[in-house]
Write a protein of this length. Structure first.
Length: 336
């Protein structure tokens, strides 16, 4: 059985991916005052009903204004997220996302859905309202900001295993990989975070490999000075859980990159890289030979003897060293 990577620190690796970024979009000061009053006053329920009415307007400008205000109302206050959902906003928002060609309206709707999904009570309702498919559509054709927020929304909606599977089957993996490859730094981070979440489902690991994720991940890992190394190595640690992922990692030149990380990476990067190398070597003499030829044993010995690492990662390093030192005749039939 393959050893799994210890992901005790995975949350902190992705914790800087702040999903709710609607404050980046300014509103006129008069509208800001109006929203502040609406958020705090007793008539907030009436104001929300007014916004829902405007979602059904024939005027795109009224729809834009209503969706912008919903996204801002739902940004920080959990109470507002619950109120907006209970008032029936989610279905018309999903309908607008599916039907409107206006990119600014689409961006507002995506962010509103994202902010509403920050409330656990709303996640199932958003999923059951059919939001996943149009969110995938935004990943493919939306503005850069809309793509980033769609990735974050899908992350929020992927809490249950069945939700992750449905997101993969809706076609989310290829555009997430494309965002990881070609997006800005924010987009790359959001794509990596979403891929890390949804690829815990086995069939999504295979989809990610087929979409070319490993090439992008190896390139990101190789740039040791970037802020993407932690995220990339964590996603790799998930995708190599299937045989296709291990083959792709090796084919894309991942072994020398991982060995370099073990040698000069941060403590966390080294720990995850050791776990990945152990996974690919456990059932393959060929991969063990490749790892050993890259000079992995000296940095692994240093790693295993360093008390800055916890016991479990050091034990993995020791196990990997033993595998690399085994003669070929002792490897049996495991020669992938």
């Amino acid at each position: 059985m393959l050893t799994t990577v210890n992901n005790d620190h995975s949350f902190s690796a992705f914790s800087d991916c702040n999903s709710d970024r609607s404050a980046e979009f300014s509103t006129p000061s008069s509208e800001t005052r109006r929203l502040l009053i609406a958020c705090s006053a007793d008539n907030s329920d009436e104001f929300i009903r007014h916004l829902l009415h405007n979602l059904h307007s024939c005027s795109i400008e009224e729809q834009k204004q209503a969706t912008m205000e919903i996204r801002l109302l739902a940004k920080n206050k959990q109470e507002n997220r619950v109120k907006i959902a209970k008032a029936g906003a989610i279905q018309p928002l999903v309908s607008l996302l599916s039907s409107s060609p206006d990119l600014q309206l689409q961006e507002n709707v995506v962010t509103a859905i994202l902010n509403l999904s920050l409330c656990d009570e709303n996640k199932e309702l958003i999923n059951s309202s059919g939001a996943v498919k149009p969110l995938v559509g935004v990943l493919e054709t939306g503005t850069p900001t809309a793509k980033e927020n769609a990735a974050c929304a899908l992350l929020r909606l992927s809490q249950r295993e069945e939700d992750k599977v449905s997101i993969g089957r809706a076609g989310a993996i290829p555009p997430l990989v494309k965002l990881l490859e070609g997006g800005g730094l924010r987009g790359k981070k959001d794509a990596a975070t979403a891929l890390y979440a949804v690829c815990s489902a086995k069939e999504n690991k295979v989809r990610a490999v087929r979409a070319g994720v490993m090439r992008a991940l190896v390139e990101l890992m190789a740039d040791l000075g970037s802020s993407m190394v932690d995220k990339a190595v964590y996603v790799v640690s998930v995708v190599v859980g299937v045989a296709e992922g291990r083959v792709a990692l090796v084919d894309e030149g991942g072994i020398p990159v991982l060995v370099e990380i073990v040698e000069v990476g941060t403590q966390r990067q080294k720990e995850i890289a050791v776990g990945v190398l152990l996974q690919i070597c456990e059932e393959s003499w060929v991969y063990r030979t490749m790892v050993a030829r890259e000079g992995a044993i000296p940095p692994l010995v240093a790693f295993s003897q360093s008390h800055s690492h916890s016991h479990r990662p050091r034990h993995k390093a020791q196990k990997l060293i033993e595998l690399l030192r085994q003669p070929r005749s002792g490897d049996g039939a495991a020669r992938t």
